[in-house]
Design a protein around this ligand. Structure first.
Ligand SMILES: *Cc1c(COP(=O)(O)O)cnc(C)c1O
Length: 380
C-alpha cells in the first residue's frame, strides 16, 4: 500500500459491531467479564483500549513499522524509551534538541545515573569517540529545532549497528510523509503527535513505532507499567488527523517553499534557514533522505536587533504568535525570548539562536495571504 493510502486505511478496518467506518470512541475504563479471565481481549484501558489500538495500528502503518504505541504526550513517549535503560548506561544525543527532551534527559534521568552526551552530528564519524561499553542508545532529532540542521540517519545508523546500539529518531518535524527513519536503519521512531500527525492544534499526544517484536514487547510493558497512555477521545482525534496528513503535508511543503523564497529576497531579512535551498549546508542529505523540505523554517532580520524581531512577530496577523508547530494554521515564534529563553545567551548563540531569529511553522492557508502578512510585518 502506498503512503497516501496508508494514512487513510493503514491498519484500519470497519468496526466489527456495526460496520462504523471510523473506530468508535470506546470511552470506558473497564470491560465486562463472563467469568474471571473470560473477556474479549480487553480488561482495563491502561493496558488495552480499542480506539487506542486502532490508532497504534495506524502509527505502525504510516512509519513502515510492525508495532505502534500511543502515549499521553511526546515527552511521555521519550520517557518510555529511556526506561529501557538502567543506571550506568550512556546515551549519545544531538545537541540541537527540543528543549523539553533536553530537560527530561538532564533534570530527570541524570538523577538515575544515566549519562547523556550532547554532540553535533553533522559528521556521523564524530559519534565514535563517545562510544564505550555502556553506550546503549543514540538519540537523533532531524531536522533540528530551530536551526533546521539535517542529520544523516543512514550514516548514524551504520555506526549504531556496528556497535550494537539502539538508534531512536524524533521524526516530529519531518513526519513519515517526508522521511521514514525505520527504512533508513533506525530502531525506534518517536513523534510528538501533538504536532503534524494530529495536525489541528487540538490535542497533546506521543507515539513510538518499532519493527522488532522483542523491542515492542519491552516498550508495551513500560507503557502499561508506567501508564502514560492517551485517552480514547484523543486517540480518535489523532486518527482523524492522520487521514489528511499527506494532503496537509503537501501544502505545508508548497507554502514553506513559497515563504522561504519570499524571505530570501526580502531586503530586511539577513539569513533564511530552510533545507530546500542549495546553499543550506546539509541540502544534499536532505535531498537524499527526505521527499520534500517541509513547512518549518527560521530566519533572521537585518541588524540582529532584539526589539526589531519582537516588533516583527507582534505585527503578524495571519501568523499567530505561539509555541508549538505542525497545525493547519501558521505560527510564528521568537526562540530567544520563548522556547530558548532558559538557555544562556552565549550558549544559544553558539548554535545560531541569535536575538533576531524568528521561527515559522508555515500552515496550509493561501500562500498569498501568508506573504502579504510577512510583507506588512517586515516593512519598517
Ligand atoms: C513538541 C515536541 C516534543 C514534545 O512533545 P509533547 O507532545 O509536547 O510532549 C518532542 N520533540 C519535538 C521535536 C517537538 O517538537
Amino acid at each position: 500500500m502506498k503512503f497516501n493510502t496508508k494514512t487513510i486505511h493503514g491498519g484500519q478496518s470497519p468496526d466489527k459491531a456495526y460496520g462504523s467506518v471510523m473506530p468508535p470512541i470506546y470511552q470506558t475504563s473497564t470491560y465486562a467479564q463472563s467469568t474471571p479471565g473470560g473477556h474479549k481481549g480487553y480488561e482495563y484501558s491502561r493496558t488495552h483500549n480499542p480506539t487506542r489500538h486502532a490508532l497504534e495500528h495506524a502509527f505502525a502503518s504510516i512509519e513502515n513499522g510492525t508495532h505502534g504505541l500511543a502515549f499521553g504526550s511526546g515527552l511521555a513517549a521519550i520517557d518510555a524509551v529511556i526506561k529501557l535503560l538502567k543506571p550506568g548506561d550512556e546515551v549519545i544525543s544531538t545537541n540541537d534538541l527540543y528543549g523539553g527532551t533536553y530537560r527530561l534527559f538532564t533534570s530527570i534521568f541524570e538523577k538515575f545515573q544515566i549519562k547523556f552526551h550532547f554532540i553535533g552530528m553533522n559528521k556521523a564519524s564524530d559519534i565514535k569517540s563517545y562510544i564505550n561499553a555502556n553506550t546503549k542508545l543514540i538519540w537523533v532529532e532531524t531536522p533540528t529545532n530551530p536551526m533546521l540542521n539535517i542529520i544523516d540517519i543512514k550514516a548514524v545508523s551504520a555506526v549504531a549497528k556496528k556497535h550494537n546500539i539502539l538508534l531512536a529518531v524524533d521524526n516530529t518535524f519531518a513526519t513519515p510523509y517526508l522521511q521514514q527513519p525505520l527504512d533508513l536503519g533506525a530502531d525506534i521512531v518517536m513523534h510528538s503527535a501533538t504536532k503534524y500527525l494530529g495536525g489541528h492544534s487540538d490535542l497533546v499526544m506521543g507515539a513510538l513505532v518499532v519493527k522488532d517484536i522483542d523491542l515492542a514487547n519491552k516498550l508495551y510493558f513500560i507503557q502499561n507499567a508506567s501508564g502514560a497512555v492517551c485517552g480514547p477521545q484523543d486517540s480518535f482525534l489523532a486518527l482523524r488527523g492522520i487521514k489528511t496528513l499527506h494532503v496537509r503535508m503537501q501544502r505545508h511543503c508548497e507554502n514553506g517553499r513559497a515563504v522561504a523564497e519570499f524571505l530570501a529576497q526580502h531586503p530586511n531579512v539577513e539569513t533564511v534557514y530552510w533545507p530546500g535551498f542549495e546553499t543550506h549546508p546539509n541540502h544534499n542529505i536532505a535531498k537524499q533522505q527526505m521527499n520534500d523540505f517541509g513547512g518549518m523554517l527560521s530566519f533572521t532580520t537585518k541588524g540582529n536587533r532584539y526589539e526589531a524581531a519582537i516588533k516583527t512577530v507582534e505585527r503578524l496577523k495571519v501568523f499567530t504568535l505561539a509555541e508549538s508547530l505542525g497545525g493547519v494554521e501558521s505560527l510564528a515564534g521568537h526562540p530567544a525570548s520563548m522556547t530558548h529563553a532558559s538557555i544562556p545567551k552565549e550558549e544559544r548563540e553558539k548554535t545560531g539562536v541569535i536575538d533576531s531569529l524568528i521561527r515559522l511553522s508555515v500552515g496550509i492557508e493561501d500562500s498569498y495571504d501568508l506573504i502579504q502578512d510577512l510583507t506588512q510585518a517586515l516593512s519598517t
